[in-house]
Design a protein around this ligand. Sequence first.
Ligand code: GLU
Length: 448
Amino acid sequence: MSIKTRFAPSPTGMMHIGNARTALITWLFARANNGHFLLRIDDTDQERSKVEYENAIEESLKWLGLDWDSKFNQKDRMDIYTAKIDALKASGDLYPCYETSDELALKRKSQLARGKPPIYDRAALNLTSDEISKYEAEGRSPHWRFKMRHQPIIWQDLIRGEVSFKGEDMSDPVVIREDGSPLYHLCSIIDDIDSGVTHTIRGEDHVANTACHIQMFEALGATPPTFAHLPLISATDGSKLSKRFGSLSIFDVRDEDGLEPMAVTSLLARLGTSDPIEAFSDIKPLVESFDFNKFSRSTPKFDNDELLRLNSKILHETSFADIKGRLSDIGLSDADEGFWLTVRPNLTRLKDAAEWWRVANGPVEPVIEDPEFIEQALALLPAQPWDQSTWKSWVNNVKDKTGRKGKQLFMPLRLALTGMQHGPELDTLLLLIGPERTVNRLSTKKAA
Ligand code: GLU
């Protein structure tokens, strides 16, 4: 069987970590099985859907390295939905209801007060034609519900194992609004059937929807696809995904946090699986190791520090050729390979490179606590040209002449040269600073 998956975002906001994970897992499954990855834009809600969001979703997917084999928008298929919906009305699978939302809220309240589950009571099925005419005369238009069959609904979920619901425990879902516009449910099922989707992968917030959807597939004469429901991510303390991270869009992750896409995919691909979370610079090994059997049902914890750790690791292994263009993007077009290799081990985020560029090229406020020592060190600076061994021979000389060693020897030199207590290895950093700036920074009589 050839596999077809779909990622079906609603373009009503930016893409966040949660839906990026659904997209990634769906994509990995498709690619691991030589399958088809369809991007479907669920824009039936024409008021809330915006082209800017659709574009942002596409750009976010591309940034994450996820491509799609085909794409369509639900708004272009309204006529198809109408035809299928008319057939479901004719077969009695859909029925009209006239309650207002206030009336429905009151019903629910009274059911709960009587200790009953708030399941819609199907009062609309018993309306007489007089009552219906009265509602219509009042100007009420019906919304439509899908009539659930009162029978067991069972499926084998790729993550949750066997899942079962009873049709009679479910409220008949509203599938068409009062204004006649179809809600997501039926359109999604019609599309899944027409596109030949074999696997529906989505968050576990859709589990109850799936119970209804399975009956909709059947009402439309189709076999439901295989389902996989991903547990939703929580923060490290077990609470819902932290406000900061939960509300962070992929654009924020890219622009504000300045993270590498592969750090995000390395974490999201393995979160909640039995595979170790490792830093990958290429998505291929994530495709090769993908398997739903490795997914756990428990809630995975999203750890921001882990994301930063992966980000650093990926940067530390990135070659100059691969990063050159992006260094230019952050204003470092003069950076060369020597600079990159020197500062790379000290980066958590790429944008930190700008700070090391400043340290190398100035301005730097030297910190000199013992001017006498620094003057001695200045006098011992090796002759030019400088090379990789200059730092070593210089400090050895300073050590011999002053008797200092260890931290007492290195820290004052680092502070005078960089104004900071830590930073890249000085044997190469010294070469980036160069003789002229070195002399300036070590000269206690004038500013660097
Ligand atoms: N548009 C729906 C959502 O974003 C799609 C859910 C699904 O995958 O069926 O929640």
